[in-house]
Design a protein around this ligand. Sequence first.
Ligand code: FE2
Length: 97
Amino acid sequence: MRAPVTSPNAVNIDEAVVEHATVKNLIGEIEAMEVGEELYDAKMRVLGEMVKHHIKEEEHEIFPKAKKSKIDLQALGEQLAQRKMELKNVMIGLVSL
Ligand SMILES: [Fe+2]
């Protein structure tokens, strides 16, 4: 068993990875459901709560530490913008994953 992966500023990267995977799994479950199906509303609420929690951690813990690091935030921002565009194209059906 390995030690948890953390940044030099002790951000728990493993926890963020698990949160991302959990959200993706829940989205997959919701996409396979019909609106109004049993647990659909509960899963939507839990998804919203999980995403809000995750965003709060990123904005209040991870991003401030990233700003203090030597990471090239300009390059990272460009990569994120590119990925956002790719995912938007997937969402509107222009391309598939
Ligand atoms: Fe995230």
